[in-house]
Design a protein around this ligand. Structure first.
Ligand SMILES: Cc1ncc(COP(=O)(O)O)c(C=O)c1O
Length: 510
């Protein structure tokens, strides 16, 4: 073994053999015991000496090469490389005086916004426990297409090499944008490649729209119960949000016509599945909203976050963007594929697109090329179709399990509409039940849900309710969560006295 004498690998110390070999060889290289230029024994020979599989040695050499400790030369063997001096590290903590700056007075007003604080308060209350989590809006880890996605990343790195690791064009990769154009065409949304902008999640799309549209003091319209992330982004821009009330087929057209729209700059909507109420806006209302938008000169901002999540094989009415090219449209791969991709897309009318594009560049210098290429590969290989085929039946099972349990366990005054698509179910609470109390009571039972108060536009009561997400938990756990929720809500209903006069329960302030 020459200079390698003394290398000893242990089978049972919990560290893989190849890792042990890497550690021991790199230590010797660093110390100079294996000098630069030294030729390591052939893998077969070393494996035999150490009594391990040859692949273990090959893997260790590859790792040493990746770390820069050795260089392999085809036909000649593996040699110890020139190892640079290890960087100097501070081994002792410096004695720094403990002084703090007045952060409470330095931070911007945006950090104090009630929408941001509300989310912080609730998430602080719910840390550190094992929950039935019906609040988390993301697919479960077990359903992520890890292997398929790994193949795509591997392929991209192997074929494109360094090109996949550069900054991206500001509008996103043409390859991915072209695929999106085809996908949107199947939904009846006609767009050109140059209309599509890739964003870092659709959240960035929202943020960009807010920055490009709203000045402090402007007003943005939203459904009265709306997506918390939109509330945060719009209020951070200094705008006032006004909730547009509605019913089970969408926002009230009468309300829109009565509204003084001075300084109103947009109407943000989730037409297919409102987060949190699950409301799908009817086709007739969609047409009327578009008419109103043109009459008043106010753009519609359509968030199609749950696209392709059809659970009952029933398509929603045409997208607003399919009916009107002046609509600002955004979509995402977070819910139907992988949130960590952070890939969304924004389709803007031409005149707005050219204003917003430089802002996108200024904000993040582009969305990851590596991820965009891997996603394009994923789509081109048809993996998306295969993935949807796998996840949709599973989500349907989860939704059905939750609904069955709610039917069995909830008090009869609490109702909901059957969710035909998307990730959530909205429990309608009667006015005499406070959603925050219901949230607390559910929490006591170990079930985590979103109370409607989290979703309300500034200073405005929306519909009373609880948002239940059924993506995350398995059917058996959803069944148990429904049971516990039933216990919690029955307790709340029983605490409310029945009014003697009309037989309805009166709200007693709980
Ligand atoms: C309605 C809605 N829009 C947009 C987003 C943002 O998604 P992402 O930034 O992951 O694309 C979410 C995330 O939960 C959402 O619920």
């Amino acid at each position: 073994m020459g200079r390698l004498a003394g290398v000893k690998l242990e089978d049972d110390n919990g560290i893989p053999l190849y890792r042990q070999l890497v550690d021991q060889l790199s230590t010797r290289i660093r110390s100079g015991a294996l000098p630069s230029g030294y030729k390591l024994p052939p893998t077969r020979e070393l494996a035999k000496d150490l009594n391990i599989h040859r692949n273990t040695v090959v893997r260790a050499f590859e790792e040493l090469s990746a770390l820069g400790f050795v260089k392999s030369m085809v036909g000649r063997g593996t040699f110890v490389a020139d190892v640079e001096e290890a960087p100097i590290r501070y081994t002792e903590t410096l004695d720094v005086p403990q002084r703090s700056l007045p952060w409470d007075t330095l931070v911007s007003q945006a950090t104090e916004l009630e929408t941001v604080q509300k989310i912080r308060r609730i998430s602080q209350q719910v840390r550190h426990r094992e929950w039935y989590n019906l609040a988390r809006m993301e697919p479960p880890v077990s359903l992520f297409p890890v292997e398929r996605f790994r193949h795509c990343i591997d392929h991209v790195l192997r074929t494109q090499k360094g090109k996949a690791l550069r900054y991206a064009p500001r509008e996103g990769l043409e390859r991915l944008r072209t695929l999106l154009v085809d996908q949107l065409a199947t939904k009846g949304i006609p767009v050109r490649v140059e209309d599509v902008m890739i964003t870092t999640g659709s959240q960035q799309g929202l943020d960009l729209v807010a920055r490009a549209l709203l000045d402090p003091g402007d007003t943005i319209l939203m459904q009265t119960a709306t997506y918390t992330g939109a509330l945060g982004v719009f209020s951070a821009s200094g705008a006032r949000s006004i909730g547009v009330p509605g019913d089970d087929d969408g926002p009230s057209i009468e309300f829109l016509h009565r509204l003084n729209t001075n300084r109103v700059k947009g109407f943000y909507l989730m037409p297919d599945v409102c987060n949190p109420t699950g409301v799908c806006i009817s086709e007739k209302k969609r047409e009327k909203i578009i008419e109103w938008s043109h009459e008043r000169g106010i753009p519609l901002i359509e968030d199609d976050y749950a696209s392709d999540m059809e659970l009952d094989d029933e398509l929603p009415p045409p997208a607003l963007r399919a009916l009107d090219p002046e609509v600002i449209y955004m979509g995402t791969f977070s819910k139907k594929l992988i949130p960590a991709l952070r890939v969304g897309y924004l389709i803007c009318p031409q005149a707005f697109h050219k204003r917003i594009l430089p802002m996108k560049h200024a904000m993040d210098l582009g969305t990851s090329v590596l991820i965009q290429q891997a996603l394009a590969e994923f789509l081109e290989r048809g993996y998306m179709r295969a993935h949807l085929k796998q996840i949709l039946p599973e989500y349907k099972k989860r939704r059905d399990a939750l609904e069955a349990s709610l039917t069995e366990n909830l008090p009869e005054e609490i109702t909901w509409n059957h969710p035909k698509r998307g990730p959530l179910l909205w429990l309608k609470l009667p006015q005499y039940i406070s959603p925050e109390e219901a949230f607390e009571e559910a929490r006591r039972e170990g079930v985590l849900v979103n109370p409607s108060s989290l979703h309300e536009a500034t200073n405005q009561r929306g519909p009373n309710g609880l948002r239940l997400v059924f993506l995350h938990e398995e059917p058996e756990r959803l069944h148990e969560a429904g049971k516990r929720l039933g216990q919690a809500l029955k307790r709340l209903c029983q605490r409310v006295p029945v009014s003697a006069t009309n037989g309805e329960r009166a709200f007693n302030g709980i």
